[in-house]
Every structure is written in structure tokens, then in C-alpha cells.
Design a protein around this ligand. Structure first.
Ligand SMILES: *[C@@H]1O[C@H](CO)[C@@H](O)[C@H](O)[C@H]1NC(C)=O
Ligand SMILES: *[C@@H]1O[C@H](CO)[C@@H](O)[C@H](O)[C@H]1NC(C)=O
Ligand SMILES: *[C@@H]1O[C@H](CO)[C@@H](O)[C@H](O)[C@H]1NC(C)=O
Ligand SMILES: *[C@@H]1O[C@H](CO)[C@@H](O)[C@H](O)[C@H]1NC(C)=O
Ligand SMILES: *[C@@H]1O[C@H](CO)[C@@H](O)[C@H](O)[C@H]1NC(C)=O
Length: 403
């Protein structure tokens, strides 16, 4: 027992002293992750991967990672995973760093950074496409009852200012895990591709993923620099206008109805704008609403032109563009127009009447002189009349023949 006591004391001392020594040291003990790599796994898509440092002590501390994307666009986030997928343009290269951090509020200091990067793809400056813009729209799909709607994609661009005349651009898009190359290009006068049309795509009209578009090219005279661009679907989607717009006037009530546009979004996702144009007063009235009916009291007898347009409201996704206006439909009568029409009709009738009277007068006058020629004396009247009748018959004969 006498021997045990100092031994215990020494043990305790040994246990306590190094711990007191270690405490400040421990803060630098988090080790950076190992084997950090960046890998292109798709069009404008990379996978960042790393492993926990195998020498990390103590093993029981909960660890996380702080990831920093340095370019092309700065981004900072923390995660407990050891891999992370990013959607990003890659034509300027890509660079990221990661460090080990304590999770759950340990007072440990973060580790040093480790970095990895992708070099920008080669290419002469000024050869890549510029002003790339894309739009999508939705049409009915008559072929597949399980996918009643299909999304088309249309992209246009300008030829880079230093691209040789023989540049041949190719365009690709990726949505989710589907990538497709364009098959229908439009060309400029030098036969270079400057637009592309995908009548059917894998884009989901209600999806919220980024649409990635990649344009690269080839030429005998230069290396064509590729170009990537990301598009948010809500920002490029051209909604179809509402359909079956009808309007009627009953008394002083103008009621307008329509149906939702051809779209994969359900009825409750739309908002509308109705434009009522009073042709007589040359006055526009525009109303916003979320229902499919609009009733307005009118105090004015006039002709109205009515148009409706639609947008997917923020109930269902981020607000995008308004559709085109529907074809105008017309209701009501324009009184003023009506009276000018009447005036024209009356005028025409009067002119016709006058012409008729005039012709009649002329004809009567002619007949009069024929029937009662001024020269002959009254005693030969019977003979004369006979001659005239004969003459008249002869004249008639001539008239028929002369035709
Ligand atoms: C991680 O890197 C080490 C050497 O740095 C290597 O031995 C090991 O195989 C790598 N692990 C993986 C999964 O690549
Ligand atoms: C192309 O885009 C640039 C800016 O990005 C703009 O200044 C230029 O007007 C655009 N050109 C055309 C023809 O739209
Ligand atoms: C969709 O867009 C394309 C190209 O912009 C156009 O030709 C087509 O008519 C549009 N379809 C509808 C239904 O608007
Ligand atoms: C263009 O990009 C596509 C898709 O990434 C690739 O398959 C193709 O080889 C590239 N073409 C050129 C000329 O770089
Ligand atoms: C529009 O009206 C026509 C005929 O009135 C009808 O066949 C069609 O189904 C309507 N469209 C919609 C989207 O309801």
C-alpha cells in the first residue's frame, strides 16, 4: 500500500500535466482532408471529393468540412459529407479548397486548406460564341399519354469576333442526367451555325434544375474556345397564351372567360391579365387576377376588344415572363360606326334613287319625242304611227343584231 500511493500520484500527475500542456496545442490538431479531387461528371457539372485525414486524432471528435469555391463563382458552405456535386460553367476553369472543421461547436480550430483546380479548356480568345440566349416553350405531346406535354428549346448566339470563317459550332444541353446535341441548326451566310432548335427535350417544364448549355466548335485555323451558360427555367420559359377566350355583354355586364394555357402547370398556378379596349373612347383597362372569369360593369355602348395573357404565379415557381396576349376578340357595337354606316347606306340609296329618276326622265323624254314628233300634221297621224311602229321594230332588230 505504501508503494501504491506514490505510483498513483505519479500516474495522476502524468495524466494531468500533459493534458494541461496539450490544450493550446490541440487547436492545431485538426488535419486537412486528403486526396481532394475535382472531376467533371457532366456538362457544366463537377464532383468534389476528399477523404478524412487518416492521421486525425482523437478519432471520436465529430468532424465536418468547410468547402470554398474560389472560381468561376465564389461560394462557401459547410458539410459533413466527403463529396459534393456542383453545377457551374467550366470554360474559365474551376478551383476549390476544403478544410476540416469541428462539428457540433467544439472549440477546435479549423485545419489548413487543401485545394484542387481544373484548368480552363484551351482556345484562342474571341473564338467562342457570344450572346447566347435560350428560350423554352411547351406543346402538347400527342405520342406519349404518360408525358402529355413536351418542352422545346431554342437557342441563338453570335459568332465570336475572331472566329475563323470555317468555324463549326456545336451546341449541347444538359438537364438532370440527360445530355443531347443539337440536330437542327440555323446557319449564317458563311454556313456557320448561329441558332439551334430542339423540338423535343428532356427538360421538365415544372422542374427547378438548372439548364446547362455548352457550345464548342472546331476550325482548321484556330482552336475554338468552348462556352458554357446556365439558365434558370422560369427565366427563359415562354408561357403559351390562355385559350378559348370568350366574352359577352348582357345589359351592362361584360363577362369574359378563358381557359389556362397549354402547360404542365395545373390551373391554380396561373395568374392573368385582362386587357379591355374601348374602341369608341380609345381607352384601355387592364386587370390582374387569378380566376378564369372577369365581370365588368360597362356604362358605355361601344365595341370592346378583349385580350388575356398568363404567367405562372409565385405560388408554383419563381415569377417569370408574361405570355403573349391572346388573339383579340370583339364584343358590343360601336354606335358612332353604326351611324356612319347608316349614313353611307342612306347616301347610296339616295344616289341610286336620283340616278333612277334621271334615267327615267331621259327615257320618258326620248319616248315623248318619238311618240309625238313635232313636225307632222294631225291629219296623217294614223299612217305616221304605223311607220313609227315599223321603224321601232326595225331598230329593235338592229339592236339585237348589233350585239
Ligand atoms: C489517397 O492518397 C493516398 C496517398 O496520398 C493513396 O495511397 C490512397 O490510395 C488514396 N486513396 C484513394 C481512395 O485514392
Ligand atoms: C451582345 O452582348 C453584349 C453584352 O454582353 C452587348 O453589348 C451587345 O449589344 C450584344 N450584341 C447583340 C447584337 O445583341
Ligand atoms: C415554340 O417556340 C418555337 C421557336 O421559338 C416556335 O416555332 C413555336 O411556334 C413555339 N410554339 C408555341 C406553341 O408557341
Ligand atoms: C464538344 O463538347 C461535347 C460535349 O461535351 C464533346 O463531346 C465534344 O467532343 C466537344 N467537341 C469539341 C470539338 O471539343
Ligand atoms: C376550347 O374549346 C374547344 C371547342 O369549343 C374545345 O374542343 C377545347 O377542348 C377547348 N380547349 C380547352 C383547353 O379546353
Amino acid at each position: 500500500c505504501d508503494i501504491m500511493a506514490p505510483a498513483l500520484f505519479i500516474l495522476l500527475w502524468a495524466a494531468v500535466i500533459p493534458r494541461a500542456d496539450l490544450l493550446p496545442d490541440k487547436k492545431s490538431l485538426l488535419l486537412p482532408p486528403t486526396n481532394f479531387t475535382v472531376q467533371v461528371i457532366g456538362l457544366a457539372q463537377v464532383l468534389l471529393r476528399w477523404e478524412p485525414n487518416p492521421d486525425q486524432e482523437p478519432k471520436n471528435v465529430e468532424l465536418g468540412y468547410h468547402v470554398r469555391i474560389n472560381g468561376p463563382q465564389e461560394e462557401d458552405y459547410e458539410t459533413r459529407n466527403t463529396e459534393s456535386k456542383r453545377v457551374t460553367v467550366l470554360h474559365q476553369g474551376f478551383s476549390a479548397s476544403v478544410q476540416t472543421i469541428p462539428w457540433n461547436g467544439h472549440s477546435l480550430l479549423a485545419s489548413d486548406w487543401v485545394s484542387a483546380e481544373l484548368k480552363a479548356p484551351p482556345g484562342s480568345p474571341g473564338t467562342s460564341v457570344v450572346n447566347l440566349t435560350c428560350t423554352t416553350n411547351t406543346t402538347l405531346n400527342n405520342y406519349d399519354p404518360l408525358r402529355p406535354f413536351q418542352v422545346s428549346l431554342y437557342c441563338t448566339w453570335l459568332v465570336g469576333k475572331d472566329a475563323p470563317e470555317d468555324t463549326h459550332y456545336s451546341l449541347y444541353y444538359r438537364y438532370g442526367s440527360s445530355t443531347e446535341e443539337c440536330q437542327e441548326y440555323r446557319k449564317d451566310t458563311l454556313k456557320r451555325n448561329i441558332a439551334c432548335w430542339f423540338p423535343r427535350t428532356f427538360i421538365s417544364s415544372r422542374g427547378s434544375d438548372w439548364l446547362a448549355v455548352h457550345a464548342n466548335g472546331s476550325s482548321k485555323r484556330a482552336t475554338i474556345k468552348p462556352f458554357d451558360q446556365l439558365f434558370a427555367l422560369h427565366a427563359i420559359d415562354r408561357i403559351n397564351p390562355p385559350v378559348n377566350v370568350t366574352a359577352e355583354i348582357e345589359g351592362t355586364c361584360l363577362s369574359i372567360q378563358w381557359e389556362k394555357p397549354i402547360s404542365a402547370f395545373p390551373v391554380h398556378c396561373f395568374e392573368y391579365e385582362v386587357k379591355i379596349y374601348n374602341t369608341r373612347k380609345n381607352y384601355f383597362q387592364t386587370e390582374k387576377m387569378t380566376t378564369n372569369t372577369f365581370i365588368s360593369i360597362i356604362d358605355d355602348i361601344s365595341k370592346y376588344s378583349i385580350q388575356v395573357r398568363a404567367a405562372v404565379s409565385s405560388v408554383c415557381r419563381q415569377m417569370g415572363f408574361w405570355s403573349e396576349w391572346s388573339q383579340p376578340i370583339y364584343v358590343g357595337h360601336d354606335d358612332q360606326k353604326l351611324s356612319t354606316e347608316w349614313f353611307l347606306i342612306v347616301l347610296m340609296a339616295t344616289i341610286c334613287f336620283l340616278v333612277l329618276i334621271f334615267t327615267l326622265i331621259c327615257k320618258t323624254g326620248h319616248l315623248w319625242t318619238r311618240l309625238f314628233p313635232p313636225v307632222p300634221a294631225p291629219k296623217n297621224s294614223i299612217k305616221d304611227i304605223f311607220v313609227i311602229v315599223k321603224n321601232k321594230a326595225g331598230e329593235k332588230q338592229w339592236a339585237v343584231c348589233g350585239r
